[in-house]
Design a protein around this ligand. Structure first.
Ligand SMILES: Cc1cc2nc3c(=O)[nH]c(=O)nc-3n(C[C@H](O)[C@H](O)[C@H](O)COP(=O)(O)O)c2cc1C
Length: 236
């Protein structure tokens, strides 16, 4: 039995992908309804995971004191990382809004627990990072589900994992993977903020696709798709 997507369902799926944005501003004061947040978390929990280990946990945060402590870590880390680049890039970097911790009604810390269903997990003995990759799959599900529900999400990685562990009282073996800020927004930008600000461009697909081996961009066995990729047909 096949359960194919209808044309309309396909459009909805690609709309979520192409209109998803990392959102740091534009949060409105409208709270996220529990039913919607629950739907988003269910979507995250249905991600693929190595050996079906489901190594994620989701810590839901709305306490202002907790947010304040996390924001302090952000401010310290942003300052520290700015020392890694020279002017004029440094000032540009410092001018960017790169988090919405206090403005967003709900923060979610997504963690990785390598001990869950372990120590033997099918598929994880050769590539231990597969556990972390699984958590990232859950995060992407969460992000796309949020977008589908009209909820903006911003991922904040300018944070100290040590601070996160301390503030959220994580056990030693649990790794914070993502700190996410969620809330309804009054707009989803058409392009990534960093693209609009001229920080980095979106690469063309032809620059990231190789055939059969590293850096082979012209392979006679792949002519038809090569042409499509080179024409950079934009589905967005
Ligand atoms: C692992 C990861 C960490 C990120 N960390 C931050 C961050 O600390 N602050 C921020 O403003 N955006 C962060 N982002 C968002 C990216 O900047 C954003 O995804 C990228 O610029 C493309 O924009 P788009 O998500 O709107 O398509 C992060 C994204 C990922 C996947």
């Amino acid at each position: 039995m096949t359960d194919d997507f209808t044309e309309e369902e396909k459009l909805g799926f690609y709309k979520a992908i192409y209109s998803r944005r990392d959102v740091r501003s534009h949060f409105t004061s409208k709270p996220i309804e529990d039913e919607i947040l629950s739907k988003i978390l269910h979507a995250a929990h249905h991600a693929p995971s190595v050996g079906f280990s489901q190594p994620w946990n989701f810590i839901l945060i709305k306490n202002d004191q907790t947010k304040k402590k996390i924001k302090e870590s952000f401010q310290e880390e942003k300052k520290r990382s700015s020392q890694l680049i020279e002017e004029p890039k440094r000032s540009k970097y410092l001018s960017f809004k790169l988090e919405g911790i206090s403005e967003s009604p709900v923060n979610v810390c997504v963690t990785y627990d390598p001990t869950k269903f372990g120590p033997f997990v099918i598929g994880r003995s050769s590539i231990p990072e597969a556990g972390l990759y699984s958590v990232c799959c859950a995060i992407q599900n969460l992000w796309l589900s949020a977008r589908t529900e009209g909820v903006g999400l911003g991922w904040v990685s300018i944070l100290s994992n040590e601070a996160l562990k301390e503030v959220l009282e994580l056990p030693e073996h649990v790794i914070p993977v993502a700190y996410l800020c969620l809330g309804y927004v009054d707009e989803f930008a058409e392009k990534p903020d960093l693209e609009t600000a001229g920080w980095l461009p979106r690469l063309e697909l032809k620059d990231v696709v190789y055939f059969e081996k590293w850096e082979d961009k012209e392979n006679k066995d792949w002519l038809s798709i090569q042409k499509m990729i080179n024409e950079n047909l934009d589905y967005a």
